[in-house]
Each structure stands twice: as C-alpha cells, then as structure tokens.
Design a protein around this ligand. Structure first.
Ligand code: PBG
Length: 323
C-alpha cells in the first residue's frame, strides 16, 4: 500500500470515523428562537417557516418544558406586540409581550436560559429599527436611548442575556452602562456584531411582522461584500463590552465566521436565519433534499467554521436527531 492510502483506511469503519470526527455538534451548542405574539391562547403557524409558530405568553409554559425536555439549554425571544407606534413604545413596557413571556418561561422552566432580542423593528409601525427623522433616516442616538430602556426592562423581567440586533453604532456601550446602572452588571450582552443587510431575513420579517413600509436596512446593516468591515464591527463591540459576538446569517458567511473566530478570543455565535431554514425546509418537503441529513451537515459546517453557539429554528429537530 502507498502511504497516501492511509486516510482511506481510517474511514472504513463507523466507530473510528466517529472517534476521529473533528467537529461534534451537541445540544449544548444550540439556541432556539421563539416568536411570541401578544394575546391569549395563540398558536399560529408561520406560513413561510413550516413547523414554526407564534405563541402567546400564556402558551409558553408548556413549550418551555418541551424545550427543556429535549435538552435545549437556551431560547432567544422575539416579540410581536398588539400595538405598534412610531417610537416603538411597547418594546419597553413592563407588561409588554417579551416582558410577560420572560416571566412565564421563568415560572415554568427556571433553568431555561433566556436571551431577549433587543431591537425596535418589531414595535415600530414603520418597521424600521429606530427613531426616524422627517426624511425617514434613523436617528442613531435617539434610538440608543430606547434600546437601553428595552434592555433594562428585559432584565427586570428576568432574562439571562440580552441580544441587541439592530446594528446601531454605540448600542452595546449604552446598553452595558444602562444595565450596570440598574444593578444588572451580571447580565451579559450577545452582540449581533456582524449582521449583514441580507435577503435571507425575508421569512422572519413575515413571521414577526417587521416588513418595512419604505426604504431598507442598508444604512446600518453590513454590505454582504465586506469582510474587513466585519473585523472592525466586532472590535468596536468588544471595546464597548460585548460578551459574545455573533455573525448573521450563517451559511452564506462561513468565511466571515472563520475570520472572526481566528481574530478574537470572545465566544462566537452564528445565526442560521429564517431564509436558511426556509430553503432547507422547502427542499426537504418537496423530497428534493434529505432534510435531516442536510440540517446536520449545515450545523456541523457552521460549527466547523468557528461558531461556539448556533441559533437555529431546527433546534428541536437537531435535539431529536442527536438522541
Ligand atoms: C431584528 C432581527 C431580524 C432578525 C433577527 N433579529 C430581522 C432584520 O434584521 O430584519 C432576522 C432573523 C431571521 O431571519 O431568522 N430584530
């Protein structure tokens, strides 16, 4: 035998293949995103995301217990308020949808780690992630004040970590200060440091009702063509106090994940977004792809590229497949 045949010899047997596997996905790596709609007894299917639902806070106790029993350690919560206005005031209402949901989950499943999305877009009637000037541009600094209030209100409701997702300049720093000043210096920040202005968010916007009335998010989210800019964004967020960095979306940006993982010591999270979910799901439902196999391959690839944590709508499926 020639020496170059050695790799093949090590692939012949399933046990040794598994022993030598370099990247292993476990349920400890995954975070499940949950959509919560203000109201009562709601379990609404999301059309563009088959098997995903919008739940009202009163339905969350049972869901939270199911998630825990699957071994999934954490959820990230997205809120859909009953009333929207230009300043997104429901976002920091102490009895708002996320605040109520957080309390409901903590009552039913105290050990489930709750991450809350901190962004205005779900709460504004125009669908933008901030306060707008008369020309329709986001006013960065006015928006920061509201983001800080949202984060503190989530912490008061009992969340374990906040995740600012809007990409405003300076949001991590102002949220850190606000949390510290309110006695929540132990609440970490998962920062969407590297968030691209991606078309893969389409189904999420339908799910959360955040399709914007005019304009786009290109003024604050990153150009898909850029990677050096990702380093700069990550560095700024670390300097402001981010505890965990995130790259989003995941699969189209595996190279970015790798660069960030190599450059920074901070823990790294990747978000397999709604459009990635919808693509795999649609192909699976049509019988065009083996859904289970593709899900595990995609998650393994995201981890191999450098993610420590992965937010994915496939979390329950992955937990079942790993059993
Ligand atoms: C903003 C937010 C978005 C997503 C997560 N947080 C939408 C956006 O930036 O328009 C998208 C996630 C997904 O597509 O699954 N609150």
């Amino acid at each position: 035998m020639f020496p170059e045949h050695r790799p093949r010899r090590l692939r012949r047997n399933a046990a040794i293949r598994s022993m030598l596997r370099e990247t292993k996905v476990t349920t400890d790596d995954i975070i499940y995103p949950v959509f919560i709609k203000e109201g009562k007894s709601i379990k609404e299917p999301i059309e563009q995301m088959p098997d995903q639902f919008r739940y009202s806070p009163d339905n969350l106790g049972r869901i939270a217990k199911d998630i825990v029993s699957l071994g999934i350690p954490a959820v990230v919560l997205f809120g859909i308020p009953a009333k929207k206005d230009s300043l997104g005031t429901q976002s920091h209402n102490k009895d708002g949808v996320i605040q109520n949901a957080t309390r409901a989950i903590k009552d039913a499943a105290p050990d489930l780690f709750i991450i809350t999305d901190v962004c205005m877009c779900e709460y504004t009637d125009h669908g933008h992630c901030g306060v707008l000037d008369e020309k329709g541009y986001i006013i960065n600094d006015d928006t920061l004040e509201i983001l800080a209030q949202i984060a503190v209100s989530h912490a008061k409701a009992g969340c374990d970590m906040v995740a600012p997702s809007d990409m405003m300049d300076g949001r991590v720093g102002i949220i850190r200060d606000a949390l510290d000043d309110s006695g929540f210096d132990d609440i970490p920040i998962l920062s969407y440091a590297v968030k691209y202005a991606s078309s893969f968010y389409g189904p999420f916007r339908q799910a959360a009702g955040t399709t914007i009335a005019f304009g786009d998010r290109k003024t604050h989210q990153m150009d898909p063509a850029n990677v050096r800019e990702a380093l700069r964004e990550a560095r700024l967020d670390i300097d402001e106090g981010a505890d965990i960095l995130m790259v989003k979306p995941a699969m189209p940006y595996l190279d970015v994940l790798r660069v960030i993982a190599d450059e920074f010591e901070e823990p790294l999270c990747a978000y397999q977004v709604s459009g990635e979910y919808a693509m795999i799901k649609a192909a699976g439902m049509n019988g065009w792809l083996d859904e289970d196999a593709v899900v595990m391959e995609s998650i393994t690839s995201i981890k191999r590229a450098g993610a420590d944590l992965i937010i994915t709508y496939f979390a329950p499926k992955i937990a079942q497949l790993l059993r």
